[in-house]
Each structure stands twice: as structure tokens, then as C-alpha cells.
Design a protein around this ligand. Structure first.
Ligand SMILES: *[C@@H]1O[C@H](CO)[C@@H](O)[C@H](O)[C@H]1NC(C)=O
Ligand SMILES: *[C@@H]1O[C@H](CO)[C@@H](O)[C@H](O)[C@H]1NC(C)=O
Ligand SMILES: *[C@@H]1O[C@H](CO)[C@@H](O)[C@H](O)[C@H]1NC(C)=O
Ligand SMILES: *[C@@H]1O[C@H](CO)[C@@H](O)[C@H](O)[C@H]1NC(C)=O
Ligand SMILES: *[C@@H]1O[C@H](CO)[C@@H](O)[C@H](O)[C@H]1NC(C)=O
Length: 377
């Protein structure tokens, strides 16, 4: 329940690490997307070639078919439309890739040189958020001697011309910044778990040895300088051991109130409890743990709440998420209403905090880097 972290007003934080580990190489079955990925590869290499082949619909693989018998579950007709829709397509895990950056990590074997991969879910309309992130905390750079890289994860929005135009926007952005993984599925709240799984498929293929990942939303403020320093200071800072941390949430179960965004009826999940998990606004994990989650996910039916689903995968692997200090969550200790709640002094030590607007991110990033910043403590 990523948004419930909003309710808690808040933030996440995180950390740890370890050396990377070689998952036995699972052969990836050639899937329907590979032609398309080839096309994209060419495009990212020869950026001036006309982009005529990218339009959805040009590709000819079979679309994942609707599971008609989902409608047979009791009470189906009384479920809200988006949940019916979810049940019809719940089994679909492969979608055509519209944009790829296969060399983001320098190729599979060089991917160990990526210390922190920023994996940011962003729907096509959020152009302003992506732009500000590229200029601030998600800037690709050598930080304290190690590489930070960035990818945005997107599906599609709308239909017809609107969809085409937004696809074009992402193509243009990707041409300039080389940082978008774009799949042809509807980018909706209930498809966020799908987005997460598609990313893990991509990572397994292209960036398996990245040491650590920050997995989060495009509306957070993350102090990636601190994050790198924190991860580097871990005893096991190579990413080859389990690490998964953030804003820990436990003792929660599915919300059965049809009025909430997080409504999960028994037809979707019967069990009344969720495993412990970290709020989806932002959590840190090792490359090792990301690949364990991927392996587990093959065998776990999709639950539409993406951060809970991560917790389910961890649980199946006998692992758990943890809460980390180091970060103050949203109810920052801003002493009183008479001081500026966005005073950079309160944010210097933070690792991640949820719900910042683009202009606030820009101001804060510059604020915490201001050499003249004077803080009382
Ligand atoms: C589901 O209902 C359809 C008719 O709507 C029927 O043909 C089918 O056998 C049912 N499937 C199951 C698994 O009950
Ligand atoms: C289709 O839905 C039915 C009823 O929920 C379910 O039993 C079946 O496993 C689903 N099929 C697939 C391929 O997911
Ligand atoms: C995606 O969502 C739109 C509405 O936004 C809908 O018209 C369209 O049919 C959906 N596409 C698929 C493949 O489900
Ligand atoms: C997820 O995306 C697929 C492909 O566009 C679409 O058919 C499905 O309706 C979407 N699911 C939800 C719950 O939005
Ligand atoms: C999935 O789980 C079942 C039982 O829990 C097991 O028999 C099966 O081998 C698993 N499949 C994969 C691909 O892990």
C-alpha cells in the first residue's frame, strides 16, 4: 500500500549491502519482446534513424488473452470494473517493449560496476517529475567513487492519439536521456506489480550484477549522496547478500472497504493478512535480493498492490524486510509552524522522504548542496 505511506505522511529510508552473487544463469526463453528490443537497440545506437517501427500494433505476437473463466468466480459481477479487469488479465506477465536501454549497465558482465541503480516508476504524463529528477537526486554520476545509474519504468496511458502522443514523448525523452523502460501495457495503479515484474525480467537480462537498487516512485525526495555513503559503509557492501529495507509495514491485511483505492476483495486475495513489507514510495534492496524476488515471483500469483507483493516474494524465500534508521520519516521534527518545514537543514541527513513536488525537489536538492548552508546543529 504505497499510498498508505502517504497516510502515514511519510518516508522511508533504508540500507545495507554485500557482495554480488552469481545466480545460476537461467536461460531466458526467447520471448515475444525480443524483436522489439532489437529494434530499440538500433534506435538507441543510431539516434537519428526514423522511428517508424515503434508504434504499438506493428508487432505481431499474440496479445495475452483474457481469462474468460475469471468471470465465473462468485460475486464477480458486483466487483468494481478495475478489479474485474485485473482478474481477466492477472496472469499476463509479458508485454511488448516499446523502449529499452539494454546497455544501461554496460552489459550484463559490466553491471557489477553499477553501485546504485535508481529504478523509478513513472507514468507517461509525469514529464515534469522525470525532468526534475534527472537534474537532481537521480542524476547519473560517479558519486564517492561509485556509479549511480537511473531508469524510469513506464507503461502506456490513454488510447488512440493520446496514447500515441505520450509514446512519442517518451521516445523523445529516451533519445535525449537514454533512461526509459517502456512497455505496452496500461499504466494503472493495479498494474504496478506487473511493472515491477517486468523490471525484474529486464534486470535479470541486462543488469543482474548491480550492487544495490533504490526502487521507488517519482514523487519522492531521495538524498542519494547519503544513500551511497550509507551503503558503502555497510560491512557487506557488495550487494551479494540479502538486503531489503525501507519504511516497514506489518500487521496489515487487505482493505475490504470498496471505497478505498486499495480495496482488495476476497476474490483477489482470501487471506486476511499481508506479510511484512516496505512502503512502495521507496525502498532499498541488494542486487542479490532483487534476483531472489524475481525467482520467487514466477510462482506467486500477482497481487495488484506492488509493495505487498514484494513482501510476499521475500516471505516465500524465507527472507524479510527491515526498517532502517538513518532517515526521518515524514513527520520530520520540524520544531514549530513558525519555521520553514522545507528548511534544508532538516533534510540533509535524510535518505528518502515521500511526496515532494517537482519545485520542492529542485529547491531542496540545491538547498542541501549549498556550501553556505548554515545549520544550528
Ligand atoms: C466458466 O463459465 C463459462 C461460461 O461462461 C463456462 O463455459 C466455463 O466452463 C466455466 N469455467 C469454469 C472453470 O467453471
Ligand atoms: C482464470 O481464472 C480462473 C478463475 O479465477 C482461475 O482458476 C484460473 O487459474 C485462471 N487462469 C489463468 C491462466 O490464470
Ligand atoms: C487500456 O485502458 C484504456 C482506457 O484508459 C482502455 O480503453 C483500453 O482498452 C485498455 N487497453 C487494454 C489493452 O486493456
Ligand atoms: C494492465 O494492462 C493490461 C495491458 O494493457 C490491460 O489489459 C489490463 O486491463 C491492465 N490491468 C489493470 C488492472 O489496469
Ligand atoms: C512452484 O511451487 C510449487 C509448490 O509450491 C512447486 O511444486 C513448483 O516446483 C514451483 N515452481 C517453480 C517454478 O518454482
Amino acid at each position: 500500500m504505497r499510498r498508505s505511506s502517504h497516510l502515514h505522511a511519510a518516508a522511508a529510508l533504508l540500507i545495507i549491502g554485500a557482495l554480488w552473487f552469481i545466480m545460476f544463469c537461467v536461460d531466458i526463453p526467447p520471448d515475444e519482446t525480443s524483436d522489439n528490443v532489437q529494434i530499440q537497440k538500433k534506435e538507441t545506437t543510431y539516434q537519428h534513424t526514423p522511428q517508424t517501427t515503434e508504434t504499438a500494433g506493428v508487432f505481431t505476437w499474440d496479445r495475452c488473452a483474457c481469462n474468460e473463466s475469471a468471470a465465473n468466480v462468485s460475486g464477480f459481477s458486483s466487483l468494481p470494473g478495475h478489479i474485474q479487469d485485473f482478474l481477466f488479465y492477472r496472469h499476463c506477465r509479458h508485454f511488448p517493449m516499446l523502449l529499452d536501454v539494454p546497455n544501461k549497465c554496460g552489459g550484463l558482465h559490466k553491471s557489477a560496476e553499477v553501485f546504485l541503480l535508481l529504478v523509478i516508476k513513472s507514468s507517461p504524463l509525469n514529464y515534469d517529475r522525470r525532468e526534475v529528477l534527472r537534474k537532481t537526486w537521480a542524476k547519473e554520476r560517479l558519486q564517492n567513487g561509485v556509479w549511480i545509474r537511473r531508469v524510469f519504468l513506464s507503461g502506456t496511458t490513454g488510447t488512440g492519439f493520446e496514447k500515441e502522443n505520450l509514446n512519442k514523448l517518451l521516445r523523445l525523452e529516451n533519445r535525449e536521456h537514454n533512461d526509459i523502460l517502456h512497455w505496452d501495457f496500461n499504466d494503472t495503479f493495479f498494474n504496478l506489480t506487473l511493472k515491477q515484474i517486468l523490471f525484474l525480467q529486464w534486470m535479470d537480462k541486462n543488469c543482474r550484477q548491480a550492487r544495490f537498487l533504490l526502487n521507488g516512485d517519482d514523487d519522492v525526495f531521495a538524498n542519494t549522496d547519503n544513500m551511497v555513503e550509507y551503503l558503502q559503509n555497510l560491512r557487506n557492501n557488495n550487494g551479494d547478500q540479502h538486503h531489503f529495507s525501507g519504511e516497514l509495514i506489518y500487521y496489515l491485511g487487505p482493505m475490504r472497504d470498496p471505497g478505498t483505492k486499495y480495496y482488495i476483495p476476497v476474490q483477489v486475495q482470501e487471506s486476511e493478512i499481508y506479510p511484512p513489507y516496505c512502503g512502495g514510495g521507496g525502498f532499498l534492496l541488494s542486487g542479490y535480493t532483487a534476483m531472489v524476488i524475481y525467482q520467487m515471483s514466477h510462482n506467486i500469483t500477482i497481487l495488484p498492490i506492488d509493495d505487498v507483493y514484494m513482501g510476499m516474494c521475500l516471505q516465500k524465500a524465507g527472507l524479510g524486510p527491515e526498517s532502517h534508521f538513518g532517515v526521518r520519516t515524514a513527520g520530520l521534527n520540524v520544531p514549530s509552524e513558525r519555521v520553514d518545514a522545507y528548511d534544508p537543514c532538516y533534510y540533509r541527513e535524510i535518505i528518502l522522504i515521500h511526496r515532494f513536488q517537482p519545485h520542492q525537489i529542485y529547491l531542496m536538492w540545491h538547498g542541501i548542496h549549498d556550501p553556505n548552508l548554515k545549520c544550528k546543529n
